[in-house]
Write a protein that binds this ligand. Structure first.
Ligand SMILES: Cc1cc2nc3c(=O)[nH]c(=O)nc-3n(C[C@H](O)[C@H](O)[C@H](O)COP(=O)(O)OP(=O)(O)OC[C@H]3O[C@@H](n4cnc5c(N)ncnc54)[C@H](O)[C@@H]3O)c2cc1C
Ligand code: SF4
Length: 327
């Protein structure tokens, strides 16, 4: 591993300053992804700015009923928080389905948003990877691509975003609060992560010198009835082949409100806006759920080893919505 400077930021201002003025500095949350990547010489920062001492470790209720979750709150604390479990069960479930207890105890909310892909070629220095070395090519496209994207991929990169928590946050219409040299701003969750296009090394909207201060979740009363389902190769400790986060409100047999997002299918947590559109006001039954799933997956493209994900995603959507509708 390359040697690097280490500083523990005392306050937000100095964290932004350190990040801006130190060439190639990286922020350190729980270190569960970054340190692994440094050991593999994929990330090679000159300096680490540890943010875990910043006053961003609180979950606070907003007067309107929403929640603000600080950037350095540990994943375990999110999943066990009584308000999260009561008002946003899909979020608590998504976090618990990720990683292991030990990793969740260390991992922070911001680190989870910023974690890198689990594409095996990205980790393999012998492989061509546009995300690791821009312009190098992509060995996953003609290689073993079972875990890769079926939606929104490009000729440059077919990697998926690995986070479970982010799929729930996408469904909940969260915002990502950031601060940087030009002050504070809030980014809609759907705009935070990028599709690969021809710049797959650019993964988020975060600008140089900016850091995440927290995630803001709006009040969403019907999210009390919500579910996160993760389909994976092993019962635990595995990334999603496909996952579905959904909140559903049914009134007189019709869909009154619906929020739907998919994981394991794209370079970013995938908000299923087309399925939501089909379901608005529709009968809350398996037939409509299937129609919505078909519409959402219509642009999906399978590769040599992941064609099965298209049908898997449709069936998981129908299964989750049917369970929420009580059918
Ligand atoms: C074996 C294993 C299995 C896993 N399985 C899953 C899984 O099934 N589902 C899942 O969702 N995750 C899984 N994870 C990933 C795990 O959740 C992430 O490693 C973790 O969320 C990263 O959080 P961290 O705080 O440790 O981040 P770090 O490793 O500290 O940092 C990750 C990135 O975030 C950046 N960062 C940190 N804080 C900030 C900030 N405030 N603002 C901007 N950038 C910041 C860092 O610079 C770095 O680029 C797994 C990890 C491992 C090792
Ligand atoms: S899919 Fe993306 S991350 Fe994987 S090898 Fe290709 S460019 Fe790299």
């Amino acid at each position: 591993m390359k040697s690097f400077a280490y500083t523990r930021a005392a306050d937000l201002e100095s964290a932004v300053q350190l990040l801006s003025k130190t060439p190639n500095a990286k922020l350190l949350g729980g270190g569960t992804n970054l340190v692994d990547l440094m050991r593999e010489n994929i990330e090679q920062p000159d300096a680490l700015v540890d943010v875990t001492g910043l006053p961003l470790d609180r979950i606070e209720e907003r007067p309107d009923g929403g929640l603000v979750i600080g950037a350095t709150v540990r994943n375990t604390a999110v999943a066990s928080h009584p308000v999260v479990r009561d008002r946003y069960p899909l979020l608590a479930q998504a976090v618990v389905f990720g990683a292991s207890g030990q990793i969740r105890n260390m991992a922070t909310v911001a680190g989870n948003l910023m974690q890198r892909t689990r594409c095996l070629y990205f980790y393999d220095h012998a492989a061509r990877c546009n995300k690791r070395v821009p312009g190098a090519g992509c060995d996953a496209i003609g290689g073993f691509n079972r875990m890769h994207a079926i939606l929104g991929a490009s000729d440059s990169c077919i990697a998926t975003h690995p986070s479970d928590m982010c799929v729930a946050l996408a469904a909940l219409d969260a915002k990502v609060n950031v601060v940087g040299p030009s002050g504070e701003r809030a980014i809609a969750f759907g705009d935070f992560h990028s599709l690969p296009g021809d710049t797959p090394h650019i993964e988020t909207d975060l600008q140089p010198g900016e850091l995440i201060t927290g995630v803001e979740i709006p009040p969403l009363s019907f999210a009390r009835r919500s579910l996160y389902r993760k389909v994976r190769d092993r019962a635990s400790y595995a990334f999603a082949l496909v996952s579905v986060a959904a909140a559903l409100e049914v009134d007189d047999g019709k869909v009154r409100n619906i929020r739907l997002a998919l994981g394991g299918v794209a370079h970013k947590p995938w908000r299923a806006t087309e399925a939501e559109r089909v379901l608005a006001g529709a009968n809350a039954g398996a037939e409509s759920f299937r129609q919505a799933a078909e519409a959402e997956l219509a642009p999906a493209r399978g590769l040599a080893h992941n064609e099965f994900k298209i049908e898997l995603a449709k069936r998981t959507i129908v299964g989750v919505l049917s369970e929420l509708a009580g059918g």
